[in-house]
Design a protein around this ligand. Structure first.
Ligand code: PDD
Length: 281
């Protein structure tokens, strides 16, 4: 099985991509699977169009035109014509934003990773086709699993990218109900009348290690609560700070062009960062 990887044709076993590939680290990636019938790619045009639509939606600029990609698919078939092509079920295409030093936000000059190779057929036995299959229902909760530290970070990186583009350092998520959950790579705290609030550690946020430590460290001196707060409360907070492993405890002085704490890092934020520093020393 000969695979296409970034301009080269190599044996599938030897085909590799970088461990810094954003597809691997962030799920910053799109794909298509195209069925092979009688050696021909079925609905090729539609698949390539959807791939381009997906690329556009994640703001991935492709160096390839649709025609060039289609031509490449033919080359992959051609390279495999004497081997597994007959048993192949379909063609797998994956395009990632490319490899770069790990960072949520991305620059637009990355070289996308493009791979294509043939997948084995998954034949559905006629018995099964006759008898049918069973299913169960589940609540629709795809990406309601924010408590999992998964690499499926596409919403995070797109939000982080947008924040950066708009001159902000972090993007903060707000639910449809107007409640603040967390940052793209940090947890969010507000201080209001000496009360410190942060979103409860449920499925809606990542239970940050730093967040947990801050809750512990602050509890001796302050009134800290794991309680949801609204966007309005965020805007009107006396202080706002974010926490994460690299950021530790970091003051936020502006949210959506609204100044927080007269545009200065607040005293409680500073004190909590001091507690954090004392803890690590
Ligand atoms: N991110 N929330 C999200 C969505 C995060 O990605 C992170 C950390 C945090 C803070 O967790 P902790 O305090 O355990 O670092 C909260 C890491 C640092 C990252 O992806 O770069």
């Amino acid at each position: 099985n000969i695979a296409y990887v970034n301009g080269e044709f190599v044996a599938l076993e030897e085909a590799t991509v970088s461990i810094e590939d954003r597809g691997f680290q962030f799920g910053d990636s799109i794909y298509e699977i195209i069925k092979l019938y009688n050696g021909k790619l079925f609905k090729l045009e539609d698949h390539i169009q959807r791939l381009f639509n997906s690329a556009h939606q994640i703001r991935l600029d492709l160096d390839y035109s649709k025609e060039e990609l289609k031509e490449l698919t033919q080359q992959v078939l051609e390279k495999n014509k004497n081997s597994e092509r007959k048993e192949a079920g379909g063609l797998y295409i994956q395009i990632t934003r490319g490899a770069a030093p790990r960072s949520h936000s991305f620059s637009s000059d990355l070289e996308p990773t493009v791979i294509m190779y043939l997948l084995p057929a998954k034949k559905i036995e006629s018995e099964i086709r006759e008898e049918g299959v069973t299913a169960i229902t589940m609540p629709e909760q795809r990406w309601q699993h924010c408590n999992i530290k998964t690499n499926n970070l596409l919403p995070n990186i797109l939000t982080s990218h947008r924040a950066k583009k708009e001159g902000a350092d972090e993007g903060i998520f707000v639910t449809e109900e107007g409640m603040v959950t967390e940052g793209t790579s940090s947890n969010v705290f507000i201080v209001n009348n000496d009360k410190i609030l942060t979103h409860p550690a449920d499925g809606e946020i990542l239970p940050g290690i730093t967040r947990e430590l801050v809750l512990e460290l602050a509890a001796d001196k302050f009134n800290v609560q794991e309680k949801k707060f609204s966007l309005k409360e965020l805007y009107q907070a006396d202080e706002v700070f974010i926490t994460s492993t690299p950021k530790e405890v970091l003051g936020v002085i502006e949210v959506d062009d609204k100044q927080i704490a007269q545009g200065e890092v607040g005293p409680i934020t500073k004190e909590i960062h001091k507690l954090y520093q004392n803890y690590i020393e």
